[in-house]
Design a binder for this molecule. Structure first.
Ligand code: SF4
Ligand code: SF4
Length: 100
């Protein structure tokens, strides 16, 4: 079966493929995936050199950058994967357990 994404609003339920359908690229912004997190990254600003490695590697685009400097973390979307802490060359990011 071939799907025509342009007609997604007219699809019957049985016409949807198994799994999920993402009709719009770049829609992660609308889903606050931060609620999945069990650990949160915390930046030590004394160690951070604003190299932006964390920004490049973050799979959720959750590192907030302004004027070519890291200014914070978007905790509404950060899933707490720890990639930023792993890749930071200055060990400036610590993963802390979320409180429940
Ligand atoms: S990778 Fe580390 S040093 Fe580089 S901007 Fe991020 S927190 Fe700062
Ligand atoms: S923990 Fe993962 S999702 Fe959160 S800011 Fe770091 S790399 Fe991005």
């Amino acid at each position: 079966m071939k799907w025509d994404i342009r007609k997604i609003k007219e699809w019957k339920f049985y016409e949807h493929p198994q799994g999920i359908t993402i009709p719009e690229a770049g829609n992660a912004h609308y889903y606050p995936t931060g609620s999945w997190r069990s650990q949160r990254p915390e930046i030590n600003w004394d160690k951070c050199t604003h190299c932006l490695f964390c920004f490049i590697y973050c799979p959720d685009s959750s590192i907030i950058v302004k004027g070519e400097k890291v200014v914070g973390i978007d905790l509404a979307h950060c899933k707490g994967c720890g990639v930023c802490a792993e890749e930071c060359p200055k060990q400036a990011i610590e993963m802390l357990k979320e409180r429940v």
